[in-house]
Design a protein around this ligand. Sequence first.
Ligand SMILES: Nc1ncnc2c1ncn2[C@@H]1O[C@H](COP(=O)(O)OP(=O)(O)OP(=O)(O)O)[C@@H](O)[C@H]1O
Length: 319
Amino acid sequence: MTAVVDPLIRLDGVSKSFALPDGRRFDAVRDVSLSVRPGEILGLIGRSGAGKSTLLRLINLLERPDAGLVRVAGRELTTLPAKDLRLARQRIGMIFQQFNLLQNATAAENVAFPLRLHAGHSRAQVADRVAECLALVGLADKADSYPAQLSGGQKQRVAIARALAPRPDVLLCDEPTSALDAETTRELLATLADVNARLGVTLVIVTHELEVVHALCRRAAVIADGRLVEQFDVANAARQAASPLALELVRLQRQAAIADQVPSHAATSHAVSSPTSILSPAPTATSTSTSTSTSTSTSTPSLAAPSAPLVSSLEALRA
Ligand SMILES: Nc1ncnc2c1ncn2[C@@H]1O[C@H](COP(=O)(O)OP(=O)(O)OP(=O)(O)O)[C@@H](O)[C@H]1O
């Protein structure tokens, strides 16, 4: 008999609307109910404007729902007084597409920031935790660097270290790789997989890149016009999924499976020539720079089909 595990995140009938300049209201999220189990990696996918980011921000109450309940780690957030909500939010880390680092603070100071916000940590404890988190994301040697001295991938790693510093149960990721080139995206996804596997941190990732879902997520939820259209296990997408977006993911999975079976030079040419996600704009040139390269591009990377090494290294991390 399988043990029933309580969800770590439970959204119950949440809705959110915004006021339009003409006085009408726009329904960005409509009556969504969704559960996320502890340790899960959930991808929220959908076309631009579907309501993915708003839904993500409802989980930590960066947006307050107009209706519905938001329960995280057993606590109903919508009814918490401000002080308790601040404490509850410490258990919910978040990273953003544009990193949102303090520009005039070093990597170490950025990571220390959430720890300093809350009393109770000695200077030595903060220093230890900062060093631990920077090492975890492979940036032990960049503690004294300022964001301007770091590549895009390194900045996102600092953001991950900062989010992990208060030991969250869950990390909300809003388009975490959209500002990164293909190679840096692969490295970042491996880091996120590692955070999930080693620390057991639950991940909820908003992305418009089906490649990210394929490479990292165990479950996917499709959002369209503010509604939850369907959810499925990524490994069983071919059997469980029905929406056009999910079927596009199935096509991507098949391409990757074929690429896995053909010799590497053929796989490479296949990956390069295959169409990218229908969510992405027209393909742009991919870069093969390393993690130390400067990547400040805001264009959507065109990953095409994920390369076999990416898929297998992430699957190894997942195992
Ligand atoms: N603060 C706001 N005020 C008014 N409208 C908003 C606000 N935030 C979001 N919206 C609108 O709500 C809709 C959903 O936005 P949201 O950012 O959640 O979509 P998304 O699926 O994440 O899109 P994208 O992939 O383009 O980021 C959009 O039409 C957006 O313009």
